[in-house]
Ligand binder design. Structure first.
Ligand code: IPE
Ligand code: IPE
Ligand code: MG
Ligand code: MG
Length: 355
């Protein structure tokens, strides 16, 4: 598993971050930095998650079964189920069957939206391999996404997990709205920073906050605690998506296409703030390139150089880091535990990850 965090021989580093009451999270046991160590406290719960997830993916339909096998082989990072399980544990609870099903539900919904997202974005690569639409065409990708979504809904309904289903359905609604607003802004090229944050809150942070919230809800009735976990997920989710948007400007391989946002006229934070800083002539010149239906390597390089020059990358990094710090400070309201330390670790992983 690639991990861009600073090397620590055992994958653990101590935290130096202050909590909101001056409490220092250094009081935590060592904060894990690699995903392997982050998920250690919930390893047994992940087994239960996996069996629900696999079972929900199963189908007697031959073609469908072949494709879901491929999806299982693709292997995502499983950040969302890990968040559900860690959130439950950090809230003082022992994960129940409901928690495991919530973890499976979020990963099913996430997988469905990624399969659809690659159709929407015309992306041929996902998780370092061909996307479903690249291998089986758009029609099948759309239907597979629907299948996964329905399996998630049924998993919850079959067990009367209504509260979690309500939280998660709301997130799916917001994800669709966020995606549509993003398409609208790509047509008009008039996105500002505020709209950017609304888009990423809807399309990404909504699901991540649904993870932390439903993990908490599955083990506690403490409303303030649930609200805190919701807020934690929202803030972490924003940082997570800014990191994702930075991939588009990098030269490293993140297992998905680079430059595709620009290709699709999707303007993200680095470009938005750079355009705001630039003079009118530069703005016009860059927007003209963004608006081209086809962009060659030189076009993409021109935009990347413009963004670097106008401090867009540095600005986005600072914003991402301050959101991650904000997320960490929300955790100081929880009792110290191994799970809390892992959540602190995730706030770092989210912004340092290389895929
Ligand atoms: C990708 O999410 C979609 C975004 C919200 C940026 P992940 O980076 O968690 O994707 P996988 O599941 O690990 O592939
Ligand atoms: C991620 O959106 C999918 C959703 C949040 C629904 P992006 O299009 O920005 O993410 P990647 O880069 O393809 O994973
Ligand atoms: Mg997209
Ligand atoms: Mg995409």
């Amino acid at each position: 598993m690639p991990d861009a965090s600073p090397p620590a021989s055992d994958g653990r580093a101590s935290s130096d971050l202050s909590g909101e009451h001056g409490e220092t999270l250094a009081l935590d046991r060592a904060v894990p930095t690699s995903l392997d160590n982050i998920r250690a406290p919930v390893e047994a719960d992940l087994d239960a998650f996996r069996s629900y997830f696999r079972e929900a993916m199963r189908s007697d339909h031959m073609l469908l079964d072949k494709i879901t096998q491929y999806v299982l082989w693709q292997k995502g990072k499983r950040i969302r189920p890990i968040l559900v399980l860690l959130s439950a544990q950090a809230c003082g609870g022992t994960a129940a069957d409901t928690t495991h099903r919530a973890a499976a539900l979020v990963e099913l919904l996430h997988t469905a939206t990624l399969v659809h997202d690659d159709v929407v974005d015309d992306a041929e690569e996902r998780r370092g391999a061909f996307s479903i639409n690249a291998l089986w065409k758009n029609k099948i990708a759309v239907l597979l996404g629907d299948f996964l979504l329905s399996r998630g809904l049924l998993l919850s309904l079959d067990h009367n997990d209504y509260s979690i289903l309500h939280t998660l359905s709301n997130a799916v609604r917001r994800m669709s709205e966020g995606e549509l607003l993003q398409i609208e802004k790509a047509r008009l090229l008039d996105i500002d920073e505020e709209t950017y944050f609304r888009i990423i809150s809807d399309k990404t942070a909504s699901l991540i906050s649904a993870c932390t919230k439903s993990g908490a809800v599955s083990v506690t009735d403490d409303e303030a605690l649930v609200e805190r976990m919701d807020q934690f997920g929202e803030t972490l989710g924003l940082a997570f998506q800014i990191r994702d948007d930075l991939f588009d400007f990098s030269v490293e391989d993140a297992g998905k296409p680079i430059g595709i946002d620009l290709q699709e006229k999707k303007m993200t934070l680095p470009l938005i703030v750079s355009l705001r800083e630039a003079g009118r002539r530069d703005q016009k010149r860059i927007l003209k390139i963004v608006d081209q239906d086809e962009k060659d390597r030189d076009d993409l390089r021109t935009i990347a150089a413009f963004v670097e020059e106008h401090g867009g990358i540095a600005h986005a990094r600072r914003k991402m880091e301050s959101l991650a710090a904000e997320a960490r400070s929300l955790l100081s309201g929880l009792p110290p535990s191994e799970a809390r330390a892992s959540l602190v670790g995730l706030t770092r992983f989210a912004i340092q990850r290389s895929r």
